[in-house]
Design a protein around this ligand. Structure first.
Ligand SMILES: Nc1ncnc2c1ncn2[C@@H]1O[C@H](COP(=O)(O)OP(=O)(O)OP(=O)(O)O)[C@@H](O)[C@H]1O
Ligand SMILES: [Mg+2]
Length: 274
């Protein structure tokens, strides 16, 4: 993707810089109260890591931000306007906010990678030339240009995850929500993912990653949030990810970088930074 491209709808941002705002959101599946008053603001270009134990509600919150679920109470807004849950309203949200689910097979169904990644842009009603341009660009950013003609279901799990990511990128989202994007990836594929997400910084795309991989979160994020008992605690990555009790609430251990740097008395670099 060309460095420096702005998202097409970027100029529509509210003056506060917030793109998506969730306010006092609650949500329950029958008797299971998952979100009990969650507030979250997502601004252009920001990178937020969302942590929490299994079953704490991370995927539920991402689906809420993506407009797939409607809050029981509270609201979610895009550029200051409350989400509408009609077909039209959901399409409006989808043009700015894209979610990639943990399981790529929930989102991949076309007969070729190219066709699959085209699906969103075609549905948006874009001209063929623009669709092709976006798909090629997304395949390059997701580092799967060589897989364009392959049958998705014959690809490896990690490759299918990149196809699903490319499908979201082709929509030029202003907010990208990734549910456990590094789960099941080998270390090299995880570094490739980090590299892909780094490129999005230049386009001011906000990226929210739900993950159990605290080292990935530490490398990736500017801000972090822990979801526990239906409440979200948000802060800078240092405030959240280097806080032992919060990290334990997410059933994780501290990321190794701040721990090692404290021990040796200087910053530590990851292998790819050396
Ligand atoms: N469709 C559903 N019907 C009923 N309960 C559900 C449904 N989906 C999720 N839940 C429940 O809601 C809670 C939150 O689930 P959610 O998938 O959001 O958690 P999570 O933080 O993403 O977990 P994980 O780390 O395992 O992915 C869990 O108790 C789960 O059992
Ligand atoms: Mg989940």
């Amino acid at each position: 993707m060309p460095i420096g491209r702005k998202n097409s709808a970027g100029s529509a941002q509210s003056t506060s810089g917030a793109i998506v705002e969730a306010t006092a959101v609650t949500y329950a599946y029958d008797e299971t109260h998952v979100l009990k008053g969650v507030d979250l603001t997502i601004s252009a270009g920001e990178r937020l890591a969302l942590l929490g134990a299994n079953g704490s509600g991370k995927s539920t919150l991402l689906r809420m931000l993506a407009g797939a679920f409607k809050p029981d109470t509270g609201e979610v807004r895009l550029d200051g306007a409350a989400y509408e849950y009609s077909r039209r309203g959901r399409n409006t949200v989808r043009r700015s906010v894209q979610m990639v689910t943990q399981d790529p097979d929930e989102q991949i169904f076309a007969a070729s990678v190219f066709a699959d990644v085209s699906f969103g842009p075609v549905n948006m009603g874009l001209e063929n030339e623009e669709v092709e341009r976006r798909v090629r660009e997304a395949l390059v950013t997701a580092e799967i240009a060589d897989l364009a003609e392959r049958v998705p279901h014959q690809l490896s799990y990690g490759q299918r995850k990149r196809v699903a990511l490319a499908g979201a990128l082709a929509m030029h989202p202003r907010v990208l929500l990734l549910d456990e994007p590094s789960a099941g990836l080998d270390p090299q594929a995880t570094r490739k993912l980090a590299h892909t997400l780094d490129q999005l910084r230049n386009q001011d795309t906000a990226v929210v990653v739900a993950t159990h991989d605290i080292d990935f979160a530490w490398n990736f994020a500017d801000r972090a949030a822990v979801l526990a008992d239906g409440k979200l605690r948000v802060g800078s990555k240092e405030e959240i990810l280097a806080n032992q009790s919060l990290v334990e609430e997410a059933r994780l251990t501290l990321p190794w970088a701040p721990v090692v740097s404290k021990t040796i008395g200087r910053d530590v670099l990851y292998p790819e930074d050396v």
